[in-house]
Design a protein around this ligand. Structure first.
Ligand code: GPK
Length: 833
């Protein structure tokens, strides 16, 4: 059915086409209309949450109008589009971001004020959209913001989880997980019940001869689950472009399949099948940097890849172009290996559905895909068991075997007689059971593979993917160093600083060209400017102090040095090193005379982050932090010289309060383990200094801001292997300062020592894989330098201002332009009004 209205009838449409509110009064009118009709409330019955819903609905109307125009424009110009496939989009709240990106926050503030509300309180009513674990998911969210802001025709594709990342509660010092049911009254999604895709699982492959006598394959029987599209508008900053994030939700197929059971009177079992289907998009797997090979996870991956590919191919086919033009119209970026099946699925569609020859199809596939790797940690590399895949996706496994065969034959031709090489690069690992190595499919099926910071990309080339560099040459591998969006992480999170910078630079252009920050260096010695800078930091510390008081009951002094480590809890990120350092500091203070104590720089050590529910060591670290906090915070010998705070349920909206409030933040992973890190960038952008190892993007941050503006410590990546080897085959000697810390723990200073024995043993007895002991001395010494530096307020301020001025490189706008030029080959769609 043609859904487009014929030209003679379009006059009426044009006449009544909705328009956007453009000022305070029009906003108020829309707000009241939504509250009184959509929400069925009134001025006698309007709390902050209703004010939030009304405001969100008013803004969502604006977004969807621009969304429609953007989509029409993109369809009309028909240029190449980017599709960003990510299992995680850690969006956080949308309202404040929408107000700022659309440029109507002042109108909303004034309008809400007229009606009896404060915009800050209204914005806080929103539940975070937490469809991600950590850095990988937040990077995808920053990318969406930059792609829209830069006017790239770009869509995100993900899953609409009913439960996002769990909510963390701390009970008696232990992490407890509570489900995050977030979908009720979510104004930001538009269900598209008319956009559905049937997704097949299980079944078998039938081989047959087609008309030409060629052997063809079809995938038959099995089960069908339906994918339903939900669209989330993504507004760019200062542009009309509003892109789309399409999230798929699973539902039982309404095909004849199920009706058989209903008709047979088997109502209960039919409903049970329905629930099974809905389980696919029910929950985000809460692991970060870890893969666990669960069947449901593989189902999620295929469900999402197949629905997205169907959608992309459907859109392409409407243009009636020849298949070889597909890569000129479509670029698909794989956010980690999670969407690797998309490669196999496109090959299947082209072969089995569209009848292309293998080589022609494979050529299209490899030109279309790019793959981003985010970690070198072996436990994060995805492998799926062959029997599992055989059962769930029999045709895909066949295609994987064919890809592998052709690939190995080409390797064999170039490197004859190197059987070792062949078995090393085979997609199939010859273990029991055999395993499919997803990263290898992603490399072989893409034209570019990138890491996320220079060191990380170098390590990929020299270690994990070394053989592939030999086979394909170095050009297939590249680096695109991560960034963050300055709209959310400077403008939205730190309105005071953003306003001060705008005042000095004569406007907010720096938000879309972050390199303009370099103009701030001219003001480093300007007394008034410095005072204001310092004042803003204090205000932001006060805001955090209030938040801490409200949520933990602890009073912290904003004149103290705020030392922050917020990120997922992981042994490689080494929160244990931090808390051992805190214990060391505590013991030192307790041993001081009253006179000595006067010289101590008061500190607040702030922690936040979730542990994967099954990651015992990470949970033990959380437990230790909370137990240390209990003891330290009520010790009168210490008073305000040291406070330890664990912020529960760290998430995006809390990060927006925390990042602007740090004096120093910690990015202290074992050298060579952190892909990039992105919170390091957020903290420096907000005028905080950092202490860190020579790892991930810390190295490039140092290069940009200068060595004198960062506190680096610890062993280098190139020495890690040798050190680990020595721990095992030489003798292990615990660092003497760390030994004092362990003695305190073992003396039950922080509760039952048995609770922490696994943690101390991993270092003393099991080889200290993360080099906590090796780096401890350097870490403690460097914190001493931080204290000394903090005493010199003027010098500290100069470092803070200089660092911000030099952070221009770390905007995701730069990152997206690099992807667009070197991987996607797409151009922005410039909009004329
Ligand atoms: C990497 F492999 C993974 C993963 O499963 N989850 C995740 O958040 C992170 N990451 C890296 O650990 C960070 O270093 C990096 O900055 C981030 O991805 C974005 O690239």
């Amino acid at each position: 059915v043609e859904a487009s209205i014929p030209e003679p009838l379009r006059e009426a449409w044009r006449k009544y086409s909705v328009s956007e509110f453009g000022n305070k009064e029009e906003f108020e009118k829309e707000l009241v209309r939504h509250i009184e009709t959509t929400l069925a409330r009134s001025m006698y019955n309007c709390d902050e949450h209703a004010a939030y819903s009304g405001t969100a609905l008013a803004f969502r109307d604006r977004l969807i109008i621009e969304w429609n125009k953007t989509q029409q424009r993109q369809t009309f110009t028909d240029q190449k589009r980017v599709y960003y496939l990510s299992l995680e989009f850690l969006m956080g709240r949308a309202l404040d971001n929408a107000m700022l990106n659309v440029g109507m926050k002042d109108a909303a503030r004034d309008g809400l004020h007229d009606l009896g509300f404060r915009v800050e309180d209204v914005v806080e009513q929103e539940h975070d959209a937490a469809l991600g674990n950590g850095g990988l998911g937040r990077l995808a969210a920053c990318f969406l913001d930059s792609m829209a802001t830069l006017n790239y025709p770009a869509w995100g594709y993900g899953l609409r989880y009913r439960y996002g990342i769990f909510k963390q509660e701390i009970v008696n010092g232990y992490q407890m997980e509570v489900p995050d049911y977030w979908l009720d009254n979510n104004p930001w999604e538009f269900p598209r019940h008319e956009i559905t895709v049937d997704i097949q699982f299980y079944g078998r492959v039938k081989n047959y001869q087609d008309e030409t006598g060629k052997i063809a394959h079809s995938w038959e029987d099995g089960e069908i689950v339906q994918a339903v599209a939900y669209d989330v508008p993504i507004p760019g900053y200062g542009t009309k472009t509003t892109n789309n994030l399409r999230l798929w939700s699973s539902k039982a197929s309404s095909g004849e399949f199920d009706f058989q059971k209903f008709n047979a009177g088997d109502y209960e079992s039919a409903v049970a099948d329905q629930q099974t289907a809905e389980t696919i998009s029910a929950v985000l797997y809460p692991n970060d940097n870890l893969e666990r090979g669960k069947e449901l996870r593989l189902k999620q991956q295929y469900f999402w890849c197949a629905a997205s590919l169907f959608d992309i191919v459907r859109r392409f086919k409407k243009t009636r172009r020849a298949w070889n033009e597909f890569p000129d119209q479509v670029a698909i970026q794989l956010n980690d290996t999670h969407p690797t099946l998309a490669i196999v699925e496109l090959q299947r569609i082209l072969l089995d559905k569209e009848g292309l020859e293998w080589d022609e199809a494979w050529n299209i596939v490899t030109k279309t895909f790019g793959y981003t790797n985010h970690t070198v940690l072996p436990e994060a590399l995805e492998k799926w068991s062959v029997p599992l895949m055989q059962n769930l996706l029999p045709r895909h496994l066949q295609i994987i075997y064919d890809i592998n065969l052709l690939f190995l034959q080409s390797v064999e031709k170039r490197f004859p007689q190197d059987r070792e090489l062949l078995s090393r690069v085979s997609i199939i690992e010859e273990s029991h059971p055999k395993m499919v190595r997803m990263a290898y499919i992603a490399i072989i099926g893409s034209h570019k593979v990138n890491g996320v910071a220079e060191l990380h990309s170098d390590l990929l080339k020299t270690t994990l993917f070394k053989d592939f560099v030999k086979i394909y040459g170095p050009d297939r591998f590249t680096n695109v160093t991560n960034g963050v969006t300055p709209r959310r992480w400077l403008h939205q999170a730190n309105p005071l600083l953003s306003a001060l910078i705008a005042e000095k630079l004569g406007g907010h252009e720096f938000l879309t060209d972050l390199t303009l920050l370099d103009k701030l260096e001219a003001f480093v010695d300007d007394k008034d400017f410095r005072d204001e800078w310092a004042h803003i930091k204090t205000m932001n510390k006060l805001r955090l102090a209030k938040f801490i008081k409200r949520t933990t009951g602890h009073a912290v002094d904003p004149n103290s040095l705020f030392d922050v480590q917020v990120k997922r809890i992981h042994e490689y990120k080494r929160q244990q090193l931090n808390i051992f350092g805190v214990i060391h500091r505590y013991l030192s203070i307790k041993a001081m005379s009253a006179e000595e104590k006067k010289k101590v720089v008061p500190r607040v050590s702030i922690f936040g982050g979730k542990a994967a529910p099954g990651y015992w060591m990470a949970k033990t670290i959380i437990h230790l932090i909370n137990k240390v906090a209990d003891v330290v915070n009520k010790d009168p010998d210490v008073g305000n010289l040291l406070k330890v705070i664990f912020i529960e349920d760290y998430n995006v909206s809390k990060a927006e309060i925390i990042c602007p409030a740090s004096d120093i933040s910690e990015h202290i992973s074992t050298a060579g383990t952190e892909g990039s890190g992105t919170s390091n960038m957020k903290f420096v952008m907000n005028g905080g200094l950092i202490i860190g190892t020579c790892d991930g993007a810390n190295i490039e941050i140092t290069r940009e801001i200068g060595e004198s503006n960062i506190f680096l410590f610890g062993n280098l990546a190139e020495d890690v292997e040798e050190l680990r080897h020595r721990h095992f085959y030489g003798s292990f000697k615990l660092d003497p300062q760390l030994e004092k810390v362990f003695t305190a723990i073992k003396g039950n200073m922080f509760g039952d020592a048995a609770d922490f024995s696994a943690l101390t043993a991993s270092i003393e007895e099991h080889g200290d894989y993360y080099l906590v002991s090796d780096d401890f001395n350097s870490y403690i010494t460097t914190h001493g330098m931080v204290d000394e530096a903090f005493k010199n307020k003027e010098a500290w301020l100069a470092k803070s201002i200089t660092s911000v001025a030099r952070m221009g490189f770390f905007s995701t706008d730069r990152v997206i332009n690099e992807y667009a030029d070197s991987i996607w080959n797409v151009e922005p769609l410039v909009v004329k009004d």
